[in-house]
Design a protein around this ligand. Structure first.
Ligand SMILES: [Zn+2]
Ligand SMILES: [Zn+2]
Length: 422
């Protein structure tokens, strides 16, 4: 127990961190170009926020939340997603008074008690964006473009964009009845989950991965055919905006989000290399979310991208091979103790050079081997006699060339050599 992380959690080891930073840097850069500012939301919220803002009938809220009572008797929940928190922050800080739309992004861990599988963890990480305060279809197109632009900047191509409109509460409640009517005699053929969904949330039956459920719903009516005029026009305008940008997409009428605050545009982006569940980005409009958590009726749209899933897709595509940078300098000693060497190492660091040294009293030969293994280009040899003469020897590990350098001029000499290298 003590030497094993909890099920569904994962250490991100030093060798993996460059990939994560690569992801995060590209995300920041894409958001900067698109005008989305970073927001940092708390790791936990009042449970009530997720009950309302994610929805009690969702799997997330019904089965997967990490909920606990704190010492003050409050029910709190580790955030299972970011959108509800951002909507709460928008209201709490009266951002409706700022210039609209308010466009923000976040990255960080989320928590869901889910069955762990490839690329899916109980503590997982998301990068997401949200834009509040506009129903303009061009904003939907911008959000889709941001997701695509970002994923492409990582080196992922072969992306497939799936697009749908889930309508508004008005056209959807009409559609819900026609879907129930169409499935009425077939409820027993559905999987147990969908049996429950039939009453509570029948739209979700359409995106069930169970083959039997897919067969049962094959002939079912589609929401796309029953949109009200307002929703139909909005969807046409979103598609026209994407067409004008030359973006290819698949119209997927089975792409649904069952809750009433989700409205109009829904989209997913798929990447190869992840097996059957190949979605790496899900997004769409939620024009009634802010009202659902107690605010005025303010529209919003956003997406979330699972970082672990994207890193898997990148590995499958053989792309994004970021590596940790090696230190600049290794200070090797002969007849000089680590404590005596440390002040010289510190001088190098203060001059902006990443410097390493030996702490195990290795032989000089073993120290050179270590520097080589770490991929360090320059080794500074500090010997007893050299120190007395105020000198060190700098060895270029690539060419094998050695040069005597005065200790006073060491930092400037190495800085110059490293500058040439870059
Ligand atoms: Zn509608
Ligand atoms: Zn099902």
């Amino acid at each position: 127990m003590l030497t094993k992380a909890p099920r569904g959690t994962k250490d991100i080891l030093p060798a993996e961190v460059p990939q994560w930073r690569f992801f995060e840097e590209k995300a920041r850069e894409a958001c900067r170009l698109f005008g989305y500012s970073e927001i940092r939301i708390p790791m936990f919220e009042h449970t009530e926020l997720f009950l309302r803002g994610v929805g009690e009938v969702t799997d997330i809220v019904a089965k997967e939340m990490y909920t606990f009572t704190d010492k003050g008797g409050r029910s709190l929940t580790l955030r299972p997603e970011g959108t509800a928190s951002v909507a709460r922050a928008y209201l709490e800080h009266k951002m409706q008074g700022e210039a609209q739309p308010v466009k923000v992004f976040y990255t960080g861990p989320m928590f869901r008690y889910d069955r762990p599988q490839a690329g899916r963890y109980r503590q997982f990480h998301q990068f997401g964006v949200e834009a509040f305060g506009s129903q303009e279809p061009a904003l939907d197109a911008e959000v889709v473009m941001l997701a695509l632009f970002f994923l492409q900047s990582l080196g992922l191509d072969k992306l497939t964009l799936h697009l749908n409109s889930v309508g508004c509460p008005e056209c959807r409640s009409r559609y819900r009845e026609s879907l129930r009517a169409a499935l009425r005699g077939k409820v027993k053929e559905l999987c147990p989950d969908c049996g429950e969904r039939y009453e509570k949330n029948p739209l979700r039956i359409l995106d069930c991965k169970n083959e039997r459920c897919q067969a049962v719903t094959k002939e079912a009516p589609l929401l796309a055919d029953e949109l009200c005029n307002g929703c139909r026009e909005h969807f046409a305008a979103v598609r026209a905006a994407l067409d004008a940008l030359g973006v290819a997409y698949v119209l997927n009428p089975r792409l649904v989000r069952g809750l009433d605050y989700y409205t109009k545009t829904a989209f997913e982006i798929m990447a190869p290399g992840l097996g059957a569940q190949s979605s790496i980005c899900g997004g769409g409009r939620y024009d009634h979310l802010v009202a659902t958590i107690g605010g005025p009726d303010i529209p919003g749209i956003g997406f979330a991208i699972g970082i672990e899933r994207v890193l898997l897709a990148l590995a499958a595509a053989g792309s994004g091979g970021a590596e940790a940078a090696a230190p600049d300098v290794f200070v090797a000693t002969a007849g000089v103790t680590p404590a005596e060497a440390l002040p010289y190492v510190m001088e190098l660091r203060k001059a902006g050079l990443a410097a390493e040294m030996d702490f195990l009293n290795r032989s000089l030969k073993a120290q050179l081997k270590l520097a080589d293994k770490k991929g360090i280009r320059y080794v500074v040899l500090l010997g007893e006699a050299e120190l007395q003469a105020g000198q060190a020897t700098v060895k270029d590990m690539q060419s094998g060339m050695q040069e005597a350098v005065s200790l006073g001029g060491l930092c400037a000499y190495l800085a110059e050599r490293l500058k040439e290298e870059n």
